[in-house]
Design a protein around this ligand. Structure first.
Ligand code: BV8
Ligand code: ZN
Length: 248
């Protein structure tokens, strides 16, 4: 059994579930994480690539990095963890995903309510006039230019940039008003996103961490279930099915 008595009790009575996710939930799809072994940040320092300064200094290099990551994201599919969240939607009236990931895998898996705190790699806009260039295939790796002459950039939040206010507000609201929040596959060190699970705790609600290891925030949460998201989330769902009927 994977559910502790307290978590089982919470899930028996819960109505609103939030999944706060990071790169670890996409790891089993083959998308490398940022800070674990093999993490992409190990090769570069974040500020070297994921910052507006880096983009202004060497737009082609930054653009090429995102083209490379877009290709990876196009070649992979959602994994059992993303799909389990879709299945949770059959058992709970409100299932909200607040993600730091930009890989679009939650939406592709059928997760209905998804707030992307750090943007989405499939979207782009002109850094000068803000014209949108979403879901387009860009052939070569040189940074494309807008008709106004401005550089087109990925619609992701770089270090030093503020998060999209509507997504952040919706994520915070969901965290403050849920019954159980699962913090899945995140090292919990990037702020202000990392405040999200702490807001659930502040509201006196239950927070479960699903990760391979302890993180900076484990000590604030009700419990840590150690394991791979693609195994833990489906296992939790199987146990839920023993005490909850699908919604009518
Ligand atoms: C901002 C998008 C200022 C681009 C990314 C306090 C408050 C506010 C800001 C700060 C603050 N302290 C410091 C800051 C600055 C900075 C920050 O947080 N720095 C950190 C590094 C200390 N924050 C910012 O700059 C933010 N902006 O605040 O601007 C401002 C303020 C007001 C007004 C104007 C401006 C912007 C941060 C967003 C940066 N963008 N990415 C891109 O992706 O290319 S960050 C990047 O890190 C990704 O978004 C990623 O999602 C995010 C977090 O990483 P994780 O998702 O957690 O991934 P990681 O690899 O670290 O961990 C994976 C975990 O999974 C591990 O724990 C591993 O054990 C686990 N795992 C692995 N496999 C599995 C698994 N778990 C389960 N199953 C598995 N199979
Ligand atoms: Zn433009």
């Amino acid at each position: 059994m994977i559910l502790s008595d307290s978590l089982k009790n919470e899930l028996q009575h819960a109505g609103k579930i939030v999944f706060f996710t990071g790169a670890g939930i996409s790891a089993e799809s083959g998308v490398s994480t940022f800070r674990g072994e093999g993490g992409i940040w190990n090769k570069f320092k974040p500020e070297e690539l994921a910052s507006f300064q880096a983009f202004m200094k060497n737009a082609d290099m930054v653009w090429e990095w995102y083209q490379y990551r877009r290709k990876i994201v196009h070649d992979v599919v959602p994994n059992a963890a993303h799909l389990a969240i879709t299945e949770f939607q059959k058992y709970y009236p409100s299932v909200v995903v607040v993600t730091q990931n930009i890989d679009n895998l939650h939406t592709r898996a059928g997760n209905k309510e998804v707030y992307e705190l750090h943007g989405n790699i499939e979207r782009n806009y002109c850094s000068a006039c803000k014209k949108r260039y979403d879901f387009l295939e860009f052939k070569d790796n040189k940074v494309p230019r807008c008709e106004c002459g401005g550089l087109i950039r990925p619609d992701v939040v770089w270090f030093g940039e503020s998060l999209p206010p509507d997504e952040l507000a919706a994520g915070e609201f969901a965290a403050e008003h849920c019954d159980v929040l699962f913090s899945v596959g995140t090292s919990s060190i990037v702020y202000p996103a990392a405040y999200i699970p702490l807001q659930t705790k502040k509201a006196g609600k239950y927070v479960v961490e699903v990760n391979l290891t302890e993180t900076e925030q484990t000590r604030y949460f009700d419990e840590l279930i150690k394991g791979k998201a693609g195994e833990v989330l489906p296992a939790i769902l199987e146990e839920i099915k023993m005490f909850r009927k699908p919604l009518p």
